[in-house]
Design a protein around this ligand. Structure first.
Ligand SMILES: *Cc1c(COP(=O)(O)O)cnc(C)c1O
Length: 294
């Protein structure tokens, strides 16, 4: 699939905030790679696309706010290949779903029970029969392919260090959902710089196991979920508002907001010495928050 050679470029920008205590922060803006396609999901997809040479399009699955399906459908629209989305639950028109339709994605609603069956052995069979020319991408674009698609972020940061006035950096800080993106960074770093993952889900969601299946060492996970995935509290919302006003960087409450707030907590606890240089990855997700704004 030729168009998949197209690779997005994520700008690296300095980030000035009043709670950094001498720690230096730069943000890698995956939310600013393209007007249509945003976030880490496109990088994860590129890894799967490398495997999809003979396919004519893509089929995948997700929820009615899915950043993954959104990136996949947007890529189909932009590069002119067909996409099919298998959705959790019953038909509803969230802002995300309206975009999926506008991007030309064909949707199938599986209900909740039908969606839960997605890990069962026979699940893909009828879909592969119905869409033999489409390459199936796992939920969230995960797995080793997804991680490999994110490895390029390390090169992109290294190539832009001069733009923030750095000769080198000391580590990465980013939100982790499945840990695929983090795994890709740790793979590419091969221990050169530690990758700190702020988990958007509690410990029991298997993130550690996911990452272990991708890479051995070079990373650390901490629970930044604040009581559960998608749980929102006033301190978090206030932090997101304050951050946007202070530096103009928009965050959402599920991943990027929690990850940066967890960094603030760690810095206030003295975790990083002044002068430490960290790259914060803005993993995107802004499209998904539209449904959460009353
Ligand atoms: C999916 C997502 C993540 C988590 O990425 P993983 O590779 O699953 O860890 C983080 N941030 C945003 C905005 C996302 O959409």
């Amino acid at each position: 699939m030729g168009p998949f050679d197209w690779l997005p470029h994520a700008p690296l920008e300095p980030l000035h905030l009043d709670w950094l205590r001498g720690v230096e922060l730069a943000v890698l803006r995956l939310d600013r790679i393209d007007p249509l396609i945003s976030g880490n999901k496109w990088f994860k997809l590129t890894g799967h696309l490398a495997q999809a040479q003979a396919a004519r399009g893509l089929i995948s699955l997700g929820g009615a706010y899915s950043n993954h399906l959104h990136a996949l459908a947007a890529a189909g629209k932009r590069f002119g290949f067909p996409t099919v989305g298998l959705l959790r639950g019953h038909p509803q028109d969230t802002p995300t779903v309206l975009d999926l339709k506008a991007f030309g994605m064909q949707l199938h609603w599986l209900g909740y029970g039908g969606y839960r069956a997605r890990h069962e052995p026979g699940f893909w069979l009828p879909w592969r029969e119905q869409y033999p020319h489409l390459h199936p991408v796992p939920e969230g674009g995960g797995g080793r392919e997804g991680a490999l698609g994110c490895a390029v972020l390390v090169e992109q940061v290294r190539a832009q260090l001069h733009s923030v006035g750095w000769a080198d950096y000391d580590g990465w800080w980013l939100a982790a959902g499945t840990g695929t993106t983090l795994g890709g960074l740790a793979l590419a770093e091969a221990g050169a710089h530690p990758v700190h993952g702020a988990m958007a889900v509690p410990d029991d969601h298997g993130v550690a196991q996911n990452v272990e299946a991708i890479v051995q060492g070079g990373y650390e996970l901490l629970d930044a979920s604040r009581g559960g995935f998608a749980k929102v509290d006033p301190e978090l919302l206030d932090f997101i508002d304050t951050t946007q006003q202070a530096c103009g960087v928009p965050l959402e409450p599920l991943y990027t907001g929690k990850a940066l707030l967890a960094l603030k907590t760690q810095i206030e606890a003295g975790r990083f010495a002044p002068g430490t240089r960290l790259v914060f990855v803005h993993t995107g997700g802004l499209q998904g928050q539209r449904g959460f704004k009353g």
